[in-house]
Design a protein around this ligand. Structure first.
Ligand SMILES: Nc1ncnc2c1ncn2[C@@H]1O[C@H](COP(=O)(O)OP(=O)(O)OP(=O)(O)O)[C@@H](O)[C@H]1O
Length: 585
């Protein structure tokens, strides 16, 4: 066993990411660490040398210590200790026995919409708690959700736990990232992060929307040949509703993926909405639950700022990590942004900006004032690290882009500012009137129990599993992609996945500020679809027989065939008569 710091012994590697290596470890017998029972194994994330050698990262590490240690929620992996010793930076966490969600998805295929919604509801709970504490995750993705498994009454249960809080921000240091780089994972990066606008907790809600889409379909909504293409898709493309996705699930995803962060729901309302959706799309959902699910848009309000928000923590080293009690935006904006320790040019935005200049977006996102274009710099050694061979393909990236392509920077960043304030309710105003709803529309493929309670609950593995028809893990397999970015996944929805019954209400119209798109006619299908093996072959055979019959009739009527046929019969009769006469004699 390898010692790390003076208190821990590393046992074995659990995995490696862009920011460090995670080890299974133990506390030395002769020391005691608050919160860690003696003998209990822990997970230790040893940050990469580049990070540990960066004085700015060390400074952040120390400053954010109290915040990271304070995050305490059933769906957040608890950080127990931060080690800063010599050249070593490490986070000591609770050890989670179980796969991460990325691996689970790759091995088991997508979740049913109900299971996906309930899983994301728990992750939204975790986000709500951290946002209330002023902490934005900034790197939400399946690889950062660990599934704690336990056996209850003989069945395996899973419990999602969000990890890597604050790590993206730690890595987002001037010594590590440079003017044209960003920290994040392109498939999950919010548009405002991609083009350098200020980031708020809405970036996490965007990431949650991407994740929900991926949980239910098996692939993220925006893909491209390279990171820039993916980021451009985040900025410009509207996500497309998959054919098989229930309407309420799509409503939630579409709202989370709004280009304008102010139009996205807060994490609290997202969690509530997801539970309402899960309760209303099951086979046995009551009409009231179905109705509620179809009206879920009305629940997706921007951050409602619950009354029980914590005030500023006395003595907090980094006030921007903590929500000022009762403070509005003006107060936060008016305060000096102490997190801006980066040596960015005056007036530049968060250095997480990376995108090349984009034409004005169709969304209502506020236009950015132009500023001095950043100066070119040579690639940082950190990039070399990122290009190194990895055993995973959902790496957090520090991207580097041609400065000529960069978008003009904007106002100073507020990476940890208050989440968006409540705005006008984003109710169903923008949606078509809902026609009368009869029976639950998603009965065809939902297996949820009747009236599933809208509350967090442990997930049994069977609930999540989509045992049939999921394509093998090609969508996630590493392909030749620059900088280790996950390659675009193939499109197919699992072939044998049952489809939901046709939607009972018209497609909601595209949000007002989006580019007009040709309306897609919902595919009409019989309500009682049944798959009969060999039906296609049978139809083909019948068709061939029909053609032969028509051809024979035509030959008979329009050619001399009857004459030839009479001749043949005559010859046949004379031959048979001859045989009879021979036999008779
Ligand atoms: N607390 C933990 N308990 C058990 N395993 C963990 C824990 N934290 C991380 N791991 C495992 O370690 C591996 C690497 O974790 P890490 O967070 O570095 O990966 P990552 O999220 O893919 O990296 P990055 O986001 O930096 O690209 C993951 O596969 C995860 O399963």
């Amino acid at each position: 066993m390898r010692p790390v710091g003076s208190k821990y012994l590393l046992e074995e590697t659990l995995g490696r990411g862009a920011t460090g290596t995670v080890w299974r470890a133990q506390v030395r017998e002769d020391v005691s660490v608050p919160g860690i029972e003696p003998g209990r194994p822990v997970a230790i994330k040893v940050l990469r040398e580049e990070l540990a050698a960066d004085p700015d990262v060390v400074m952040r590490f120390l400053r954010e210590r109290s915040v990271l240690l304070r995050l305490n929620h059933p769906n957040i992996v608890r950080v127990r200790d931060l080690v800063v010793e010599g050249e070593l930076l490490a986070l000591v966490m609770d050890l989670v026995e179980g796969p991460d969600l990325f691996r689970y998805l790759r091995g088991n295929g997508p979740f049913s919409p109900i299971a996906g919604a309930l899983l994301m509801a728990q992750i939204a709970d975790a986000l709500a708690a951290s946002h209330a504490d002023g902490v934005v995750h900034r790197d939400l993705k399946p690889a950062n959700v660990l599934l704690a498994t336990s056996t209850v009454d003989g069945s395996e249960q899973m419990h999602p736990m969000l990890t890597d809080f604050g790590i993206a921000r730690l890595a987002d240091s001037p010594g590590i990232t440079r003017t044209h780089e960003f920290v994040g994972t392109p498939a999950y990066v919010a548009p405002e992060s991609a083009d350098g606008r200020p980031q708020t907790s809405a970036v996490d809600v965007y990431g949650a929307g991407i994740m929900l889409y991926e949980l239910v379909t098996g692939r993220p909504p925006f893909q491209g040949d390279n990171p820039v293409a993916v980021l451009q898709a985040h900025l410009r493309q509207d996500p497309e509703r998959p054919r098989t996705m229930p309407e309420p699930v799509w409503t939630v995803i579409e709202r989370c993926l709004r280009k304008n962060p102010a139009e996205r729901p807060g994490a609290v309302s997202l969690a509530n909405a997801l539970r309402v959706v899960a309760a209303g799309i099951g086979v046995h959902a009551s009409p009231a639950a179905v109705d509620a699910a179809l009206e879920v848009g009305a629940l997706l309000l921007p951050d409602p700022r619950p009354a029980a928000e914590p005030g500023p923590v006395e003595g907090s080293a980094d006030p921007t990590q903590v929500l000022p009690a009762g403070a509005g935006y003006a107060q936060v904006f008016g305060a000096e942004d102490r997190t801006q320790v980066m040596s960015a040019p005056q007036g530049s935005a968060d250095r997480t900006r990376v995108m090349p200049p984009m034409p004005p977006m169709p969304s209502s996102a506020p236009a950015a004032p132009a500023a001095t274009p950043p100066q070119p710099e040579s690639p940082h050694p950190w990039q070399t690290q990122l290009r190194a061979a990895r055993d995973r393909n959902q790496q957090t990236e520090v991207g580097y882009f041609d400065p000529q392509e960069l978008a003009a920077p904007q106002v100073a960043p507020r990476p940890y500012q208050r989440p968006p304030q409540p705005q006008q309710p984003q109710g169903p105003a923008g949606y078509a009137q809902r026609p009368p709803v009869a029976p639950p529309p998603y009965q065809a493929n939902q297996g949820g129990p009747a009236g599933r309670p809208a509350q967090p609950q442990p997930y049994g593995q069977p609930q999540y599993q989509q045992p049939q028809g999921y394509p093998p893990p090609q969508p996630y397999q590493q392909q030749a992609a620059p900088q280790g970015y996950p390659p675009p996944a193939p499109q197919p929805v699992p072939a044998r996945r049952p489809e939901p019954a046709p939607a009972r209400r018209p497609e909601p119209p595209a949000p007002q500020q989006r580019e007009p798109q040709p309306a897609r006619e919902p595919r009409r299908r019989s309500r009682n679809r049944m798959y009969i093996p060999g039906l296609g072959c049978l139809k083909g055979c019948l068709m061939v027989l029909l053609i032969l019959a028509v051809a024979a009739a035509a030959l008979w009527n329009f050619t001399d065939l009857p004459v030839y046929w009479d001749n043949v019969r005559t010859w046949f009769n004379s031959v048979s008569d001859w045989f009879k006469s021979v036999n008779g004699s």
